[in-house]
Design a protein around this ligand. Structure first.
Ligand code: SF4
Ligand code: SF4
Ligand code: SF4
Length: 373
């Protein structure tokens, strides 16, 4: 089923169930059918959206969602954003060092109600990576004077589900890249290593690990559909890969290269050496052959375009090793000795899993090119 053109807010229940089945949840539907119908009518989901070391680009991406747009998602899916640091009109108001007002008027108090369990916290969305430094204090990233990591820890204890959005929150991203002195990390991973801030064994109240929706920024569909699946399916619709990415958006045995609009040029060997020549971007550093995401079929900007289509090589931002393992961004893989931390010649000669199968063929191209020089 093609999710690209779906407006999930307009689906009748029968179609929704088909969508759910296409997302790999056939057994779920049989078990929870009545709950799904009830949830569609009565869903009332409290979301707390925290931002740490981030650029706010993932919030902005979500606000630019098109099918459905953010208003539809909020009104039809019963999503109540109880706290969002960028979008909330009011922030903490202090008089003589003490918070004043009520939780309706004061975002600091509103957040406190979720962190203490006074209000139910259904979904915690984390944007931005989590600083541990200096010396374990977490003070390199603060919100309202509190270490960000403290807010994450308190909210994660109360949340039924936790969703990390963007490369920063999932795997550390740019704030945790080589040379960082802040001790930044993702919510449950640091690049490919499980653990991160909440630890390898963390599960939310509903029993799920942190659901990771990477990319820089994350596609709004990925978050909206994940939230819908969580709200309606009690998490049962979500199948995760080894890096906790929903496999429906980040298929383990599929790379962006397979459906790239420029794929025909690659197959013909028309590989550009300058930008804007209009052919394949392989020699300009395209990392789509090792990147698992549905960018080329879902498309971005309301299903209009995507990176390689627009002439920009994929920089592999859906992968846990981004950015260290996929950089330098605009250098062809032939020129790199390692890729995603693995020696390219080794990748070419030894099949080491789904990620390597795609790149293996390309690395063979590299070896053949070298041998013919
Ligand atoms: S993942 Fe990228 S877009 Fe999202 S907050 Fe981090 S730097 Fe910004
Ligand atoms: S290498 Fe990049 S630009 Fe070329 S076909 Fe593959 S995905 Fe498209
Ligand atoms: S095409 Fe590549 S760089 Fe662009 S959003 Fe998708 S994974 Fe990121």
């Amino acid at each position: 089923m093609n999710f690209k053109s779906l407006d999930i807010t307009k689906l009748d229940r029968r179609t929704f169930l088909k969508v759910a089945a296409a997302m790999g949840a056939a057994t779920f539907i049989g078990t929870y059918k009545a709950d799904i119908v009830k949830a569609l009518e009565l869903s009332d989901t409290n979301i707390v959206w925290l931002e740490g070391a981030d650029c706010c680009g993932c919030s902005e991406s979500f606000l630019n969602a098109a099918y459905p747009d953010v208003i539809q998602a909020i009104t039809r899916l019963g999503i109540y954003v109880g706290y969002h640091e960028t979008l909330m009109m009011q922030q903490g108001v202090f008089v003589d060092g003490r918070l004043v007002g009520t939780s309706e008027l004061n975002s600091e108090l509103a957040l406190e109600e979720y962190m203490t369990g006074k209000k139910p916290l259904d979904v915690l969305v984390i944007e931005g990576s989590i600083a541990d430094g200096p010396e374990g204090s977490g003070m390199y990233t603060t919100v309202g004077g509190h270490p960000f990591k403290e807010l994450v820890e308190r909210c994660a204890k109360q949340a039924s589900y936790v969703v990390a959005i963007g490369s920063c929150a999932t795997y550390g991203g740019i704030p945790a890249a080589k040379g960082s002195v802040t001790g930044n990390m993702g919510a449950q991973f640091l690049q490919t290593a499980k653990g991160g801030f909440l630890g390898a064994n963390y599960v939310s109240k509903a029993g799920l690990p942190v659901v990771n929706i990477p990319c820089c920024p994350a596609h709004p569909d990925w978050l909206t559909l994940t939230l819908a699946s969580i709200i309606i399916g009690k998490g049962g619709l979500i199948e995760l890969d080894r890096y906790n990415r929903p496999t429906v958006f980040f298929p383990p045995d599929y790379t962006i290269h397979e459906n790239c609009p420029r794929r025909g040029f690659y197959d013909l060997g028309q590989l550009d050496t300058e930008f804007a020549e209009g052919h394949c971007l392989w020699k300009l550093g395209c990392k789509a052959p090792i990147t698992h995401a549905d960018c080329a079929t879902r498309l971005w900007n309301a299903s209009v375009n995507m990176c390689t289509q627009a002439g920009s090589p994929c920089i592999g931002c859906a992968e846990p090793v981004f950015p260290d393992g996929t950089s330098p961004f605009y250098v062809g893989m032939e020129m790199m000795s390692t890729l995603a931390g693995v020696d390219i010649d080794t990748i070419a000669k030894v099949a080491i899993g789904a990620a390597a199968v795609g790149v293996g063929a390309h690395a063979v191209r590299r070896i053949v090119m070298k041998e013919n020089e």
